[in-house]
Design a protein. Structure first.
Ligand code: ADP
Ligand code: ADP
Ligand code: MG
Length: 480
């Protein structure tokens, strides 16, 4: 494998290219009009414009990307996450065109891409699942009956859903039908597939996921867990590894369950098995993501492994050399997704111009970044700017380091989730480890953040004023 094309943009494109470069493999970037000066374009050995800014005219054009790859004699394609990464047809087409797909086989992508097909696949493997209806709702009355049996509140979910989209909580029987109809129409619009199903709504769950890695020689490893319970809109903002609550026994049990899920679909390469963990330490299979995950860096840090390097080696047909019993957890890592969103305004996207953009540096700090000062944040894509990761021997130290790194991360021109990250890291519930996916709903209070914000702004203004007066004195004294 001499040349890899990365069919993605932003931080993840750069992240993948870094490992390729380290392994002596040449890299090709693709980009849209909005990204013509983006860092991932500059980072690559070669870069090719593939279309206009909207992703359906660029990053989602599988055929175009394959054509570019072939013309440049590319050996393999890495899809990153999002975009075409979970598109089974694209994966298949890459291989049909004589190139290597750095990811699972298309059959596994297809099965796990549908939450219903996934449940069906793991049925025979004794994996605990959330109570509910494991087939698409076709008969409203029958579905309502299941919902009553399961007990309200229930969750109506889109089978094809992803990115926290396509979910509706139903509190009681009376609103069942209207919510179901809304869910179907949302799912049809967002995913082109209106299949929805019912799950019991677990009241206070933690989102715990297991990283797995499978090679083509029959080896499947679990690389421990990531805790991803700090979410807004059912989407992760802060992740960490290891989880503050898993015992070694539970870790092993969940790890082995994840390996079974991988077996159920003849899995290859990197994947993540997501579970909900309830207050009584019961865990339930949610879904499997058949790609490298946004939050993979925390796993890399605590295992001291390069997951992209492993992905590439597996794609080349190599066997993993490390064994499950050799794997160890080193220290603690926390990741904050730095989104261009306004945490004071319901986390709405805050795109604009990066007037100031300076990253924190230092021991125990890793930033996977896709932007630089002076750039505009395109409105066309996911508004994540970077991932700020801190790590240390203990959880407490990693949290402290995160608070410091957030204050050293300078962004002006757009709002970001950085102040939210500080709020989380300073919150007693997070620090104690006693929290669940309701953290934002339960504790996050915009007023507290605004007060801190105002106090900091006031303090900054006072310091500026003081400096101004001092400067005035310095200027006026020689003249007087
Ligand atoms: P992770 O589980 O890796 O944290 P997310 O759910 O946050 O993944 O999604 C990762 C990326 O993929 C984001 O850019 C998100 O917008 C995108 N994404 C995930 N699932 C879908 C989907 N079904 N349709 C469109 N985009 C998706
Ligand atoms: P997506 O494909 O959008 O990532 P998931 O099934 O992984 O969908 O769920 C995303 C998040 O939604 C979970 O991390 C959790 O916070 C919440 N969630 C999903 N299913 C349930 C459930 N049955 N009960 C409570 N919360 C749930
Ligand atoms: Mg998920």
């Amino acid at each position: 494998m001499k040349k890899i094309l990365v069919a993605n943009r932003g931080e993840i494109a750069i992240r993948v290219m870094k490992s390729a470069q380290k392994m002596g493999i040449k890299t090709v970037a693709v980009y849209s009009t909005a990204d013509r000066n983006a860092p991932h374009v500059k980072f690559a050995d070669e870069a090719v414009w593939i279309g206009e800014s909207p992703s359906n005219q660029s990053y989602l054009l599988g055929d175009k990307i394959i054509e570019v790859a072939k013309s440049l004699n590319v050996d393999a394609i890495h899809p990153g996450y999002g975009f075409l990464s979970e598109n089974a047809d694209f994966a298949e087409s890459v291989e049909k065109n004589g190139m290597i797909w750095i990811g699972p086989k298309s059959a596994a992508i297809r099965v796990m891409g549908s939450k219903l097909a996934a449940k069906d696949a793991v049925k025979d493997y004794n994996i605990p699942m959330v109570p509910g209806l494991d087939e698409a709702i076709t008969d409203v009355e029958a579905a309502k009956k299941t919902a009553v049996e399961v007990g309200f509140p229930i969750l109506i979910k889109a089978s094809a859903g992803g990115g926290g989209k396509g979910m509706r909580i139903v509190e009681n029987e009376a609103e069942f039908e209207s919510q179901m109809n809304r869910a179907i129409s949302e799912a049809t619009n967002a995913f082109g597939d209106g299949s929805v199903f019912i799950e019991k709504y677990i009241g206070s769950p933690r989102h715990i996921e297991i990283q797995i890695m499978a090679d083509s020689h029959g080896n499947i490893l679990y690389l421990f867990e990531r805790e991803c319970s700090i979410q807004r809109r059912h989407q992760k903002v802060v992740e960490e590894a290891p989880s503050a609550v898993l015992t070694p026994e539970l870790r092993k049990k969940m790890g082995e369950a994840a390996v079974l899920v991988a077996k159920s679909c003849d899995y290859l390469n990197a994947g993540t098995v997501e579970f909900l963990l309830d207050e009584n330490n019961n865990f339930y299979f949610l879904e499997m993501n058949t790609r490298l995950q946004v939050e993979h860096p925390v796993t890399e840090i605590i295992t001291q492994l390069d997951l992209v390097e492993m992905q590439i080696k597996i794609a080349r047909g190599e066997a993993m050399t490390i064994k499950q019993e050799d794997l160890k957890i080193y220290g603690h890592a926390i990741e904050l997704r730095v989104y261009a969103e306004d945490p004071l305004n319901d986390f709405l996207p805050s795109v604009g111009h990066l007037d100031v953009y300076k990253l924190p540096v230092g021991e125990g700090i890793r930033v996977d970044n896709g932007f630089e000062q002076g750039m505009d944040i395109p409105i066309y894509y996911d508004p994540m700017l970077a991932k700020l990761i801190t790590y240390a021997d203990t959880r407490e130290e990693a949290i402290q380091l995160m608070i410091k790194a957030i204050s050293d991360y300078k962004v002006e021109g757009v709002s970001t989730t950085l102040p939210f990250g500080k709020f989380v890291c300073e919150h007693e519930a997070f620090r104690s480890g006693n929290f669940d996916t309701n953290f934002v709903k339960k504790y996050y209070d915009v007023e507290t953040l605004k007060n801190v914000h105002n106090q900091e702004a006031k303090l900054a203004a006072m310091i500026a004023l003081q400096r101004y007066f001092q400067d005035q004195k310095i200027l006026t004294i020689p003249n007087s």
